[in-house]
Design a protein around this ligand. Structure first.
Ligand code: 6PG
Length: 236
């Protein structure tokens, strides 16, 4: 499908989740090759939720120097370490447990939102930004664990990681990269699948002020959406 370039990023629509995962895998593989060639390392933040699972299953087969990969998380749920509902648990089962030598930086969300956010913010402060952040989109327009009506941490002096309480998507306590951290990244790739996301996609494309609408990474914002998640084209 041809790309649609808008001021809200470059959008590509895919027939289904398999095609989306294939394209996302190719994009990440190429970016990793470029970053590793230029700087000897590749810094990527992983998305939570279920949408990235197919992509992560593909990435376990990538032919690359995993020693150059630094893997972070865009957000984490405040659950005990090893809890299968954690975002890092899905990434490990689908991908990270199948590769060796990559440097994985989990969010210690089991310590609670405040301590874990402070620790992760310190870790992120040592970077010159991430190369890419992988992100999902919630039905309410949230991304990572940046929810409508809550602090997004956009200011130039905002913390790079935020504690989250009362999240409308369980569990209520989380840790998330702030919008400042997401926008300090060189690129961001938002992956969206499923008819349940149609309204959020329509609102985003219509200019509604959602957390996802504030994404403005330094070099490129790419949005990969399946046909199922695209709003129906108005007749006529
Ligand atoms: C989480 C994620 C959240 C997720 C979106 C989409 O903790 O679930 O941080 O931001 O990416 O809600 O989730 P799905 O991919 O499962 O639809």
């Amino acid at each position: 499908m041809p790309a649609e370039v808008t001021h809200r990023g470059t959008w590509r629509v895919f027939a289904d989740a398999v095609d989306l995962a294939d394209a996302a895998s190719e994009l990440i593989a190429e970016l990793a090759r470029s970053c590793i060639t230029k700087r000897g390392s590749f810094h990527i933040a992983l998305a939570g939720g279920q949408t990235p699972r197919l992509l992560y299953q593909r990435l376990r087969h990538l032919q690359t120097d995993w020693r150059a990969w630094q893997l972070y998380f865009g957000d984490e749920r405040c659950l005990p370490a090893g809890d299968e509902q954690r975002n890092d648990a899905m990434a490990r089962a689908a991908w990270l447990d199948h590769i060796a030598h990559a440097h994985v930086h989990p969010i210690a969300a089991e310590r609670g939102p405040d301590a874990a956010a402070a620790a992760y913010a310190s870790k992120l402060a040592r970077l010159d930004g991430l190369d890419i952040c992988l992100l999902g989109l919630g039905e309410d327009g949230h991304t990572a664990s940046l929810f409508p009506g809550q602090s997004l941490g956009e200011a130039p002096d905002a913390p790079l990681a935020l504690p989250v309480r009362d999240a409308p998507k369980p569990p209520p306590e989380r840790v998330t990269l702030s919008m400042r951290a997401l926008n300090q990244s060189r690129q961001a790739l938002v992956m969206v699948d499923g008819a349940s996301k149609r309204q959020a996609v329509a609102d985003w494309r219509a200019g509604k002020d959602l957390p996802v609408s504030r994404l403005a990474p330094r070099e490129a914002l790419q949005v990969f959406v399946t046909r199922a998640a695209m709003p129906a084209v108005p007749a006529g």
